[in-house]
Design a protein around this ligand. Structure first.
Ligand code: ADP
Length: 565
């Protein structure tokens, strides 16, 4: 802008100078011309007056006067006879000159007594102004001046004029520069943050008001955007699901902490980087590419920590055009594990049910076909009864377990449970069974109140106690204990029975796992008892563990939260 104003002012100054120069020259020329014409007329009148006083017949006197006049002035003086013959010319030899009667000014003077004309002289070849006067003796006096004289005068004036103009232009350029700087300086130092505080040219005031209004609007929009950004960050940073927003070129616009954690990245700064820098999973990158082309996709993958991830890739459309995509990453490990265990459980249930059912079916078929001898029928019926009993126990355990599977800790009605009383009840319930197995049950408990569902805790203690009796020897012992430590209460079931091999210890809490295959056949069981105990302990916010010495016995410990009041 500064340059432009400067340039405009300079051009204006130069144009003004040139116009002034040309106008001055033209006016000066016109004025000089007019002055020269007036002067020529005045000279003609003077010389004519002089001639009128000389005797017309005395040509010598006339010649001498004319010569004197011709010498005394720059003007050309010509005396012409009435017939057109040139008698005298101050600039030229009259004998060489042609008849002048037809010269316009002469012709006009012959008729009107006075004539003038401006033309190129046939004699001298210069632009000339002529004035002719008719004398009383019939002769014609002609005085002329060339316009070249005027031009010469002007030409002499040109160099100083040019010098003045150059000086004026130089001064104008400097002045333009100085004025532009002064003009622009307040504009350059405008406080645009607070436009209304500026006190400069009145003409800029509407612009400043406009800037002020726009600043306010901009500020409001910025505040709104900042607010939305904070809101979005608050939402995404508190999400357990990962969220990644990508632009059309699969560059990361936003990524939350959960996404970084789930995808197993270490870096934190991903803004503007490609998705590949966040996850090297080729399929995920392919799915994201498909999403930015407008296709909704899904991808399931396992991260470095073995977590199962489900990733939903959704295109983001604005006005019908895909502008990018959003990846939602959900950790489905629990769901995946539950699905897997459900599948395994179903397979195991089918397998476990099949064995007693096959026996029952076989014996029943033999009886119905009449293949069984009458004396064997009672024995077969007994076996069918036993297998059916096993089946019932199995089905009962399966039902319990699936009921536990359905339950969530929040849905349980916790009560205060006196664990000492609970173990005494269990001991009484097991007494007949223990007596039959010749195992003694000892209760060594202090009064500890736990928070739990009494029926479930009893079920768990029963399972542990019945195992301690079941996997014991004749004359063996079972100790039921209750202890507490910190906020937790502990039910301990110890036996001096057969113990558990080290390899089996890690698996005995799994569903349908039975430790020693040799005694598994002789000792009845479903392999679900400890799984039920574990499930109950976990639903109560506790756990169960085992210490065991093969051939010496085992100690099962179940922890539970104590009742807070
Ligand atoms: P089961 O119906 O077979 O008893 P459990 O889930 O209760 O099923 O137990 C799983 C396995 O753990 C049993 O088959 C058994 O081998 C082993 N076990 C459980 N309790 C004891 C114990 N007190 N002593 C020795 N082994 C035990």
């Amino acid at each position: 802008m500064k340059k432009r104003i400067n340039l405009c002012m300079c051009l204006l100054a130069i144009a003004t100078c040139i116009i002034t120069f040309v106008a001055t020259l033209t006016i000066s020329y016109q004025t000089a011309l007019a002055r020269m014409e007036t002067e020529t007329m005045r000279q003609a009148s003077l010389v004519a007056a002089g001639l009128e006083h000389i005797d017309a017949l005395d040509s010598d006197e006339q010649q001498a006067y004319m010569q004197a006049v011709g010498k005394s002035d720059r003007s050309r003086v010509t005396l012409i006879e009435p017939d057109g013959t040139v008698v005298y010319d101050s600039n030229y030899d009259p004998s060489q000159m042609e008849n002048h009667l037809e010269r316009p000014e002469v012709e006009e003077a012959t008729h009107n007594g006075k004539g003038e004309s401006s033309r190129t002289s046939a004699t001298l070849g210069q632009q000339t102004y002529y004035v002719a006067k008719l004398l009383s003796n019939g002769q014609i006096l002609r005085v002329s001046n060339t316009t070249d004289l005027v031009s010469d005068d002007l030409q002499r004036a040109i160099p100083p004029l040019v010098l003045i103009i150059v000086l004026v232009i130089a001064f104008s350029v400097w002045l333009a520069n100085y004025l532009t700087n002064r003009l622009v300086k307040p504009i350059n130092t405008l406080k645009l943050d607070n436009p209304l505080e500026n006190d400069i040219y009145e003409e800029i005031s509407p612009l400043l008001h406009k800037i002020h209004t726009q600043n306010e609007q901009l500020q409001k929009q910025m505040d709104k955007m900042r607010h939305q950004k904070v809101e979005l960050e608050a939402i995404t940073s508190n999400m357990s699901e990962g969220m990644v927003i990508l632009d059309k070129e699969i560059r990361i616009l936003s990524v939350n902490q959960s996404a970084i954690r789930l995808l197993g990245s270490v870096s934190q700064d991903f803004a503007g980087q490609s998705l590949i820098s966040l996850s090297r999973d080729q399929v995920l990158n392919r799915r994201a590419n498909e999403a930015v082309k407008g296709k909704k996709t899904e991808h399931r993958m396992e991260n470095q920590n073995g977590r199962q991830l489900q990733i939903f890739c959704n295109p983001v459309q604005v006005d019908g055009n895909v502008r990018g995509c959003v990846l939602l990453i959900v950790d489905i490990s629990e769901k995946y594990a539950a699905e897997k265990s459900r599948r395994e459980f179903t397979a195991n249930v089918s397998h476990e049910l099949k064995t007693p059912l096959t026996s029952i079916s076989g014996y029943a078929e033999m009886i119905s076909n009449g293949m069984a001898r009458p004396k064997d029928v009672a024995g077969f019926a007994e076996k069918i009864h036993t297998e059916a009993g096993r089946l019932l126990v199995l089905v009962d355990d399966i039902i319990k377990l699936s009921q536990l599977d359905e339950k969530a800790p929040m849905t349980l009605q916790f009560e205060k449970v006196n664990l000492k009383k609970l173990l005494e009840t269990v001991s009484n319930q097991m007494k007949d069974y223990a007596d039959k197995k010749q195992v003694k049950i000892h209760v060594q408990a202090e009064d500890v109140i736990a928070s739990g569902v009494p029926r479930m805790l009893e079920e768990a203690a029963q399972n542990l106690c019945s195992n301690a009796v079941k996997y014991n020897r004749e004359g063996g012992n079972v100790w039921l204990r209750v202890t507490k430590h910190g906020d937790m209460a502990y039910i301990e079931v110890e036996d001096d029975g057969i113990g558990i091999a080290q390899d089996d210890r890690a698996h005995i809490f799994e569903r349908f796992y039975r430790a020693d295959k040799s005694h598994s056949k002789t000792i009845e069981g479903t392999g679900l008892g400890l799984a039920i105990v574990k499930h109950i302990a976990e639903l109560h916010g506790g756990s169960v563990g085992v210490q065991s010495y093969e051939g010496k016995g085992s100690i099962f410990t179940m922890s539970l939260p104590q009742s807070s009041n």
